[in-house]
Ligand binder design. Sequence first.
Ligand SMILES: [Zn+2]
Length: 219
Amino acid sequence: MNKKAVVVFSGGQDSTTCLFWALKEFDEVIAVTFNYNQKHKKEIECATEIAKELGVEHHILDMELLNQLAPNALTRDDIKIEAGKDGGLPSTFVEGRNMLFLTFAAVLAKVKGARHIITGVCETDFSGYPDCRDVFIKSLNVTLNLAMDYEFVLHTPLMWIDKAQTWEMADSFGKLDYVRNKTLTCYNGIIGDGCGECPACLLRRRGLEQYLKSKEGNK
Ligand SMILES: [Zn+2]
């Protein structure tokens, strides 16, 4: 049984929790971060720092071409971060991003002799990204296996849990404070609890408050 895994890792709450999950499940873990010229270089720095602290082999792949294809609020200063209107996609959406990231992660995984690929995508906090859905991940798993004649296993530990349960998972590893203080989710590039006002901070904080309250209630 191959116990080597590649984690798609952005340095945010979700992928850091996935990294801890992978460190528990697998003997050898490699983290891969994509540089697509994010507005906030801090995201890459943050991911690098965490990987270093945890002693995880870390690769940063250059995906700047993504910005050529899909200019959006995460990469361009002149586009504001906005929630989707009328059920539309938010302005942070990069078309096909997860598909591309997972495909490149798979190429790296095969080069490294790893069969397992972990991604923090989640259908519960579904903000309309079609390539975060479970059905897509299953479909891509089949496609990658056929494309490279290799048996990848795509893992999505967060697929069916909400933000509060993601905090609970980090806590179950004894890493709640680590994830809370060291990760970057904020669209304004502020580490830890963030700016407190952008959509990512609001979602993150709501989940944390909900989890801490339920934990308190269970005492
Ligand atoms: Zn924020």
